[in-house]
Design a protein around this ligand. Structure first.
Ligand code: NAD
Length: 495
């Protein structure tokens, strides 16, 4: 079986005539082949998107939204099959894969609702007989370049706001998640999207780079690693392309002495080891107040050891594999770094084998103790089932440690003390803050994104997403019949 690109409403083999393969990360078995698209394929896709733009941007927004609504209905009807493909290609356990698809559905319904909103402002003029208002307008061709860890949700975060606002799209998914990309684009086609409005080009990093560099791409929306995000931002700055970045995280859960310990533990286990730690929102640091740190760490270790690793399709699996051999090697390298820096591997710390795990990329849930805030394992994104325990003397120090990393995506704090909680909410320098909940659990109707190196100031989701995929046009209508000069004509005023 081989996937095809989708260009100008047709499923097509790549002109490059090259293909890549994807394996099931739980077993190593090949599940599909997909195009390794070259510059010519990318150019064709961008050409199709550019050609479709005029008609799509002038299709009334509520009509555009109806197509999105139908796509959400189709996703809902096929949720189980879509979720199984997510598990098959990137490994997360099936209940989490269903959550991924549900988030895609929620986002699509939410943005379909925006077809009848997208409100601008009507504002009084400083001059008589003059009306002022603002309207949103689309950018043009949007390049959506996505990672594999939410292969349904993240593409919908990008495609749906772009489309409802009248942009056309070229979508370059991760080479680790081709099935979900084909499923999503197939659903958009079936929902009635006109030819060329969404185009899909499969491929690896070079295909992504070729897409970003295509002259007719007006905006790049990228979710992925910090290194690639910075390269893309630098390129886009040079050519005045709009760019939206969602990059890494180094998120922490702070647990103060007075917290509900059982609740904090449940949240810690879920946030650190859910999706095998391969979430941008994963809790890879536990910042614990000194008095509760030893008991909390002991229980965290016990709970981590008890997690059942397995193929995400198995009903009793709690933690699936990592996505690839490269990711497994990377996590393993961080174990050496941890040891060299003087941290203690309190549990886990190695690949998992036996019990049917041998063919997959499994890594044991790992807790690192004796970690200092400045160590690399406490500063860099590992993207695996690894969390570092850091102790602190009180809330002020906890906030300082939390904010002392380059990333600013999510923070969570557990306390029953409202003064400390409110103080923390104000001071935690992240785009998302949770009180008495883990670092995972964003909902589609709120802005999603991070401060500092996590992004470039834009947000996905919520109505904030509309700002990324459109620009404001300010309109002045003068019906006075004479030349009026703003800032200069002051008739009718105090002077
Ligand atoms: P990645 O940066 O390796 O790849 C992301 C996408 O970019 C892929 O489609 C890839 O093929 C493409 N790409 C790679 N090099 C490119 C280049 N030079 N030009 C254009 N495209 C290029 O990231 P990944 O391993 O797929 O995903 C994991 C990363 O994503 C983690 O750092 C994680 O934190 C981040 N992430 C962030 C969020 C968020 O919302 N902040 C959400 C999910 C994942």
């Amino acid at each position: 079986m081989a996937e095809k690109n989708f260009i100008h409403g047709r499923w097509a083999d790549p002109r490059s005539e090259r293909y890549l393969e994807r394996e099931n990360p739980a077993t190593g078995e090949t599940i599909t082949r997909f195009p390794d698209s070259g510059p010519q394929d990318v150019a064709d896709a961008v050409h199709a998107a550019a050609a479709a733009f005029e008609a799509w941007r002038f299709t009334p927004a509520p009509r555009r939204a109806e197509i999105l609504f139908r796509a959400a209905e189709l996703m809902q009807a096929r949720k189980e099959k879509l979720a199984r493909d997510v598990t098959l290609e990137m490994g997360k356990v099936l209940p989490e894969a269903r959550g991924d698809v549900q988030e895609a559905i929620d986002m699509t319904y939410f943005l379909a609702g925006e077809g009848r909103r997208q409100a601008g402002q009507a504002i009084p003029s400083e001059l008589p007989d003059k009306i002022c208002f603002s309207v949103r307008q689309p950018h043009g061709v949007v390049a959506a370049v996505t990672p594999w860890n939410f292969p349904m949700a993240i593409p919908c975060w990008k495609l749906m706001p772009a489309l409802v606002l009248g942009n056309t799209v070229v979508f370059k998914p991760s080479p680790y998640s081709p099935l979900s990309a084909a499923n999503l684009v197939g659903i958009l086609e079936e929902a009635g999207l006109p030819a060329g409005v969404v185009n899909l080009v499969f491929g690896g990093d070079q295909t992504g780079a070729a897409l970003v560099e295509e002259r007719r791409v007006a905006m790049v929306s990228f979710t992925g690693s910090l290194e690639v995000g910075r390269e893309i931002a630098a390129y886009c700055a040079r050519y005045s392309k709009r760019v939206h970045l969602e990059l890494g995280g180094k998120n922490a859960i702070i647990v103060l002495d007075d917290a509900d310990m059982d609740l904090a533990l449940d949240a810690a286990v879920w946030s650190a080891f859910g999706t095998s730690g391969q979430r941008c929102t994963a809790a890879s640091r536990m910042i614990l107040e000194e008095r509760i740190a030893p008991a909390f760490t002991d229980q965290l270790i016990t709970r981590a050891r008890a997690l059942r690793l397995g193929n995400g399709m198995d009903a009793d699996a709690e933690v699936g594999p990592l996505v690839s051999q490269a990711q497994l090697d990377k996590v393993e390298r961080y174990m050496e770094i941890a040891r060299d820096e003087g941290a203690t591997i309190a549990c886990g710390g190695a690949r998992a084998a036996g019990d049917g795990l041998d063919g997959g990329y499994f890594f044991q849930p790992t807790v690192l103790a004796d970690v200092e805030p400045g160590m690399r394992v406490a500063q860099e994104e590992i993207f695996g089932p690894v969390t570092s325990v850091i102790t602190c003397s009180g809330v002020e120090r906890a906030l300082e440690i939390n904010n002392g990393v380059q990333f600013g995506l999510v923070s969570a704090i557990f306390t029953r003390d409202m003064s400390k909680a409110l103080r923390a909410i104000e001071r935690l320098d992240t785009g998302i803050v949770y009180l008495n909940a883990g670092t995972i659990g964003a909902e589609v109707q709120l802005p999603f994104g991070g401060t500092r190196a996590t992004g470039n100031g834009h947000r996905e989701a919520g109505q904030a997403a509309l700002d990324s995929y459109s620009e404001w046009k300010s309109v002045y209508i003068d019906y006075s019949g004479r030349l009026q000069k703003a800032q200069i004509d002051r008739s009718g005023g105090a002077n």
